[in-house]
Design a protein around this ligand. Structure first.
Ligand SMILES: *Cc1c(COP(=O)(O)O)cnc(C)c1O
Length: 359
């Protein structure tokens, strides 16, 4: 790692691979002899069209996205999809939602404006675990089943893909590209880019083309999947710079071994932190074993004062943004795709040392 950089455990926007930042820096002022930055380029130019097509292709390759599914590069963050999904996919029917955390809850609340929502499972208020398949109460004729693969705030992650008759809709904002997924099982996958892919400002939507074209009549055009598919995500100016950065991240990911490499790394990162938690009575992990997230490890000590001291002392050592979300309190170490193992080891060393000083 470069000497003046920190290990950034932020939940989002988050750490990016250093190779990616350096590559972007190298081409910042003059991209491929164009005499301009990608930031300054027309989204209709041939050069940007290449960047766009190339990035789409690399994402298709990384996630093995079948031809039945379209990849869209949109704006508005994951949060805009909370509304776009029911507007496009509910067709006047009930939609099933699994509420396993804050973002799934927000998505369900937003959907209530546009369709009838059935809570198929809820782990409120603790959100310390993921419901089992047998616990899901599925509507007989649901338009879709919605869930959030990784609960960033509480630190839980689905370890299985639910079996449902209705198309699966999944928020993968905080664990996309961290493990292989069988995209053909999903009606729609979406993710804000700022955790595992690129700077904030890009939302990736992967949609089964058969599901598009049934939007409610008042759906804004930029939120219509059908119109965006027809316009190749360029109904209006797309987030060009973020798309370029996603392309660089995908180069890094594919060169290293793709999503199976990422999965191996994510297991290793998480294991190193959970091992410290499990061998300690000083730290209290939030999530139940079996539901634990590899991406966001949440824990606390027995006192809020010690939690605050932990966060402060960690930051003084260049281990920044380990404060938990205000809803959950305590600590949270976000271990996204770009977090190097050295960063994890620096954190676990600090955790052990902090414990010896405070027990
Ligand atoms: C961060 C996050 C969001 C919110 O994303 P925005 O791009 O800020 O709207 C939604 N869902 C999950 C799972 C997240 O981690």
């Amino acid at each position: 790692m470069m000497a003046d950089r920190v290990y950034n455990f932020s939940a989002g926007p988050s750490v990016m691979p250093e190779e990616v930042l350096l590559e972007a820096q190298k081409n910042l002022l003059n991209y491929k002899g164009s005499g301009m930055s990608v930031m300054e380029m027309s989204h209709r130019s041939a050069m940007f069209a290449d960047i766009f097509a190339d990035t789409q292709e690399k994402l298709r390759k990384a996630l093995s996205v079948p031809d039945t599914h379209e990849i869209l590069f949109l704006q508005g963050g994951a949060t805009l999809q909370f509304a776009a999904i029911p507007m496009n996919l509910s067709c006047g029917k009930t939609a099933d939602y699994a509420v396993t955390g804050n973002f799934a809850n927000k998505a369900a609340k937003e959907a209530e404006k546009y369709c009838s929502v059935h809570i198929a499972a809820s782990t409120a208020p603790e959100h310390a675990r993921i419901p089992r398949q047998e616990e899901l109460s599925l509507s007989p004729d649901a338009a879709y089943f919605y869930y959030c693969a990784n609960n960033t705030i509480y630190g839980t992650e689905w370890q299985y893909v639910p079996e449902t008759k209705a198309p699966l809709v999944c928020d993968m904002s905080s664990d996309i590209l961290s493990r292989p997924v069988d995209v053909s099982r999903f009606g729609l996958i979406y993710a804000g880019a700022q955790k595992n892919m690129a700077p904030a400002g890009l939302t990736v939507v992967i949609i089964d083309k058969e599901l598009a074209g049934k939007e409610l009549p008042y759906t804004p055009q930029v939120m219509s999947y059908k119109m965006m598919i027809e316009a190749g995500s360029m109904l209006n100016t797309p987030p060009c710079w973020c798309i370029y950065m996603l392309g660089l991240t995908l180069d890094w990911l594919l060169a290293g071994g793709g999503v199976s490499w990422m999965e191996q790394l994510k297991k290793e990162r998480a294991k190193r932190v959970y091992d410290v938690l499990d061998n300690s009575s000083f730290y209290l992990p939030h999530a139940e074993p079996g539901s634990r997230s590899d991406m966001n490890v949440t824990f606390r000590t027995h006192s809020a004062e010690l939690d605050a001291a932990f966060v402060k002392e960690a930051a003084a050592r260049g281990l920044v943004n380990v404060k938990g979300h205000k809803i959950a309190g305590g600590m949270r170490a976000s271990l996204y795709n770009a977090m190097p193992l050295e960063g994890v080891d620096a954190l676990t060393d600090f955790m052990k040392e902090f414990e010896t000083r405070h027990v």
